[in-house]
Design a protein around this ligand. Sequence first.
Ligand code: ATP
Length: 186
Amino acid sequence: MEVLFGGSFDPVHLGHLIVAEAAAEQLGTTVRFVPAREQPFKRAAHGATPEQRAEMLDLAVAGNPRLAVERIELTLPPPSYTVRTLQALARREPGNRFTLLLGADAAQELSSWHEVEALPGLAELAVFARPGAAVPCHPLIGRVLEVPSVGISATLVRERVGRGRSIRYLVPDAVRDYIAARGLYR
Ligand code: ATP
């Protein structure tokens, strides 16, 4: 069994890494970050490209054998529907079982997911609480995880870069260097 953690990761920050590490530990398995190909409604002006978001994830997980980056959505036609991603993974890795890692905020929107009725055959769900969002009661939610909460968001990181403020300790050092070297989010 492997855990999948999807998002835009524009950019990945310590909030994401804390969640992934906690999930890997509690579920005793590897967590793969799955960057979405495009997030048209979330994309900030001068945001990173999909490949740049994946490269920042590579830098963030380097040296941690429990964390990995899954680029499958970058090769699928947009938009990145979770059910379609899971179907593509099932074709590529028949026999492997997957657990989707979701924040309570995302879990509250489950019923409106594209083709949600196909989900039970494709993956189990593990949900973690987030400040301001209670874990919903849903028949598909198998596990509720404890994760330390930190008030970091990618929006906060992008805004700080845009205003010339420090993002040290909000993202891994290698990600901070990558953002600076490419002039992202300015
Ligand atoms: P943005 O600020 O651009 O909306 P984000 O920081 O929320 O981005 P996403 O790429 O949307 O990041 O994150 C993917 C998932 O990570 C989200 O569904 C959310 O549940 C979770 N997440 C993001 N930030 C945190 C955090 N600080 N603590 C715990 N979970 C987080």
